[in-house]
Design a binder for this molecule. Structure first.
Ligand code: RAM
Length: 340
């Protein structure tokens, strides 16, 4: 790991920046020499992206010559993200890592950024291939989808009505995961576990809470809710607790241990999963820095050095994936709640 870090510093020092860049701990680099990388969240005020930002800041500090601009719209819509990207183009940033609110709608503005020499990647939630150099998936999509169904099946002993509470209807990542869930769900093991509805809380706590209440009302036999969103899962669990349905309706999906501790201890959630968002933001920032420095191309079949995360291999469609999702329950929630 240390050698990777040293390697990265050496590479950055030897790049287009021209001047030799001393390790950050010794000599701070002049602001004007800094590579400016923007990390664009689906929306601000989401703890998941705050954790990604923390990872990005860690990478920037480690590289020493990177300034991280953490930004995003107030609502998770493509229109709002387009405005954010346009502003970043006007600011002439060097690189952008975006978690997309829409796969295709962001392509033109991302292409515009690319045509101005800005290195654009997507992370977490992808932009279609034409609009980015590469995409960093947090984990294997098939695994994420299967995991969500398996966690629900384990709690419900493979039986009962289940609904999905997603983020926005256009979110690239949730839509892929829901497709993968359905593939897993088609297996005979789950014949008695029925998907009765898919609703969207838009990664807004209030809306997710109200959608959960509506689900409970519309489906009196509902036994489970899968929320593949860190905002939705917390809101759904709260709605279950508030309705006095702990032990009758279970919530699982993807969430942050720090935000899900209450739900797990209350019994509304048996298990849930996630990857480390700090590592995700750290890696995305490292990748953009390497693209700006010219030490990586992001092309299929190549790899990119991402500091303490090691070498990240880039596969078909210029996609890469990080670690497997990790599962949380009563046995480990308190420990991880302190980290992210
Ligand atoms: C929400 C966002 C994000 C997703 C997590 C799991 O914070 O929708 O894109 O990866 O949930």
């Amino acid at each position: 790991m240390q050698s990777n870090r040293r390697e990265t510093l050496k590479l950055i020092a030897a790049t287009a920046l021209g001047a030799a860049v001393a390790p950050l701990s010794v000599t701070p680099v002049m602001a004007a020499d800094k590579i400016r990388i923007a990390m664009v969240a689906k929306a601000l005020g989401n703890g998941f992206f705050d954790a990604c930002r923390d990872g990005g800041l860690e990478a920037a500090k480690e590289l020493g010559n990177v300034e991280l601009i953490y930004t995003g719209p107030t609502t998770a819509t493509a229109e709002a993200q387009i405005q954010v990207i346009d502003a970043l183009i006007a600011q002439k940033v060097d690189g952008i890592a975006i978690s997309a609110d829409d796969t295709n709608a962001l392509v033109p503005v991302c292409k515009k950024a690319l045509s101005r020499g800005i290195k654009v990647i997507s992370f977490d939630s992808g932009v279609a291939p034409d609009g980015r150099i590469m995409h960093l998936n947090p984990s294997n999509n098939e695994l994420i989808g299967a995991k969500c169904v398996q966690m629900m099946a384990k709690t419900l002993k493979n039986e009962g009505e289940v609904a999905i509470l997603s983020a926005t209807a256009q979110a690239t990542n949730q839509n892929i995961w829901i497709e993968e869930m359905k593939k897993e769900w088609a297996k005979p093991d789950y014949a008695k576990m029925k998907l009765v509805a898919t609703v969207y809380g838009d990664d807004v706590a209030d809306k997710s809470y109200r959608e959960t209440q509506a689900l409970i009302k519309a489906h009196p036999d509902l036994k489970g809710i899968i929320a593949p969103t860190s905002v939705g899962i917390v809101a759904a669990a709260k709605a279950v607790v508030d309705a006095g349905l702990v032990g009758k309706v279970y919530v699982t999906g993807l969430g942050l241990p720090s935000e899900m501790k209450g739900a797990v201890l209350a019994g509304a959630t048996d298990t849930f999963a996630i990857w480390n968002p700090i590592d995700l933001g750290y890696s995305a920032t490292m990748i953009v820095a390497a693209l700006v420095a010219g030490t990586a191309t992001g092309k299929a079949g190549t790899s990119v050095k991402a500091g303490r995360m090691g070498e990240i291999k880039i596969g078909a469609n210029n996609d890469a994936a990080m670690a497997d999702p990790f599962t949380f329950d009563k046995s480990n929630i308190e420990k991880f709640a302190k980290i992210f």
